[in-house]
Structure formats: C-alpha cells, structure tokens
Write a protein that binds this ligand. Structure first.
Ligand SMILES: NCc1[nH]cc(CCC(=O)O)c1CC(=O)O
Length: 315
C-alpha cells in the first residue's frame, strides 16, 4: 500500500510508543492498514547531550530541532511529541495542530530507600534534572539532595538501579506507555506535586496550511485536551522568559468548563506562588495568560530578581 503519512519521532522507546499510538489511532479512524503510515525515527541534539542539565545545554528546542527541519523539508508529514517537551514558540510554518486524549498527568516516585518521598532518610538523594521537580522535592523535604538525572526513561531507571540515587520521579503517562507503571512506588497527588504544562498529552506538529494532513489529523484530535493544553501553554509562554523558572500548570475541561491551577517556585523550594482560574473552555488561552499575569503580580519583581540570581550562579 502507498504511504499516506510519514510520522516523524525521536528514537527513544517512549517516543516510539507515542508514534505507534498515533499510528494506531490514525489506522482506526481512517480504516487504513499499518503500512499506510511510515514511522521515521530521527535522532535529535537533545538525545546526544547526556552530561548536562537540559536547561544549561540550550533548552527544550534541542529535542525538536532535527525533527522540525525534516517536517519543514517534507521528509515527514507530522511529528509526534510529548507536549511538555515542546517550546512555546515553534518555527515559522509549523503548529501543534492535534492532541490525543490525555493520559494521567501525575508524577510518580520510584523509591529504593523508601516508597514515598516523605519516608526517605535525611539527606537521601533523589535523581531529577527538572527544575519543577527539584523545587517540589525541596519544598516537601529541604534536607534531600537532588542530583542531576538526565537521559531517557530507561537511562534514568538504570541509574537508579546502579544506586546513583535513592529514588527518582517520572511521569506516570510515560511509564504507562512503556508498560512500566507497576514500578512506581507512589503516585503523587496533583496538588502536592503539580505536573508540568503539557504533561501526559501527546501533541502532533504539522505544517501550517497542509490541509491534506490536517484533515487526516482532525479525526484523532481530542477537543478537551486541546483546550487544556492551550491554557497551560499560554500560562507557560507568559512566564517562561529569559530565565529558567520552575513552573507547574494543569488544566481540566469538563462539559465545556475549564479549571486551571498553576505554580511558580524557586528551584530550592524556598518560595512559591500559586494561582487558580476557571472559565469557559473556549477562552482557554486567555485564561492561561491571565493566570500568568496574576501569579507574576503576586510573586512581584523581587521573586524574579532572586530567580535570576540563582540562574546566573548555576551557569
Ligand atoms: N522530558 C522527558 C519526558 N517527556 C515526556 C515524558 C513523559 C510522558 C508525558 O508527559 O507525556 C517524559 C519523561 C518523564 O518526565 O517522566
């Protein structure tokens, strides 16, 4: 059978699982066979750089650069991503047009020394490279040592087995897609450990104006997930400025009503500012942007000045 769409993805097991899920949904929606959709794995700069925290190496865009080049050049028709890894500004000509129904957005703890973060011995090591997770761990347990844990899910789990840390934090969604949900020792509540904007949602990027592709994608788009993501990404876009800020944001949509909660924090967990907002789901992006303005005002310039100092010190 002739190829209908070429699906670009990173080559990690999680990325491939997400590409396979996308293909399965496209096959079911259009009654087409597997070989109508070719999966094209692409290695990105982010996959190659393993020794530095992502934020230091150049940010989220490192995981998408080569894939977006292939999309713009027409070597692939769509790119399947973890929405939470997507920068808020995309290259000219590309858009996140489609979101699959969201998986569970919560983070889990995978503990060796204890099943829950609260029960870890004093001074225990928790592996993570996410500023949000670092801030949330320190806010619960200022005595814990957060150690740099980079690489894909398998690499992080191997480091844990090697004893590099006493526990780590991962997204439940990723573990489920890998068939590994059973290794979680604690599923953390949304309020105690709020997720990153976009967590748990597979997002599909396509070329603006490529109507043939966008029409095929329309059949697998989940409207409430798209609205929740519009809100969370607007919140992120309005806060994620020059500096690296630990940011959490999570929206739900029920019967056309959107509810959002967001948080910004100091990486060391010593200060945090929360916001909650609600409104009609069709105003998703405006609700997210207004929540960002509100939390920015609550935090005040002193918070961002302090944050910039921590940034300068860690480069
Ligand atoms: N940055 C890596 C990444 N990007 C998306 C997920 C999980 C899957 C998802 O959030 O949809 C993960 C791994 C993790 O944080 O545990």
């Amino acid at each position: 059978m002739q190829t209908v769409l070429k699906i670009g993805t990173r080559g990690s097991l999680l990325a491939l699982a997400q590409a396979h899920e996308t293909r399965a949904r496209l096959m079911a929606a259009h009654g087409l066979a597997e070989d109508a959709f070719e999966i094209v794995p692409i290695t990105t700069s982010g996959d190659r750089i393993q020794d530095r925290a992502l934020a230091e190496a150049g940010g989220k865009g490192l995981f998408t650069k080569e894939i977006e080049e292939a999309l713009l050049a027409g070597r692939i028709d769509i790119a399947v991503h973890s929405s939470k890894d997507m920068p808020t500004v995309l290259p000219d000509g590309l858009e996140l047009s489609t979101f699959l129904p969201r998986e569970d957005a919560r983070d889990v703890f995978i503990g060796k020394a204890a099943a829950r973060i609260a029960d870890l011995p004093a001074g225990a090591k928790v592996g993570s490279s996410s500023l949000r997770r670092q801030a949330l761990i320190r806010r619960m347990r200022p005595d814990l040592d957060v150690v740099l844990f980079r690489g894909n899910v398998q690499t992080r789990l191997r480091k844990l087995e090697e004893g590099v840390a006493d526990g780590t934090i991962l997204a439940l969604a990723g573990l489920k897609r890998l068939g590994l949900a059973h290794i979680a020792t604690d599923v953390m509540a949304l309020d105690a450990f709020p997720p990153a904007p976009g967590q748990g949602a597979i997002g599909i990027e396509s070329r603006i104006g490529d109507t043939r592709t966008i029409d095929l994608l329309a059949a697998i788009h989940d409207v409430p997930t798209g609205q929740a993501l519009a809100c969370e990404r607007a919140f992120l876009a309005a806060l994620d400025g020059s500096c690296r800020t630990p940011i959490a944001g999570y929206a739900t949509v029920t019967d056309g009503a959107l509810a959002f909660s967001g948080l910004i924090a100091m990486p060391d967990g010593s200060e945090e500012h929360a916001v909650a907002a609600a409104g009609p789901a069709q105003d998703a992006a405006a609700i997210g942007a207004a929540a960002a303005a509100e939390v920015r005002a609550k935090a005040g310039p002193a918070f961002f000045e302090r944050l910039n100092l921590t940034c300068a010190g860690s480069w």
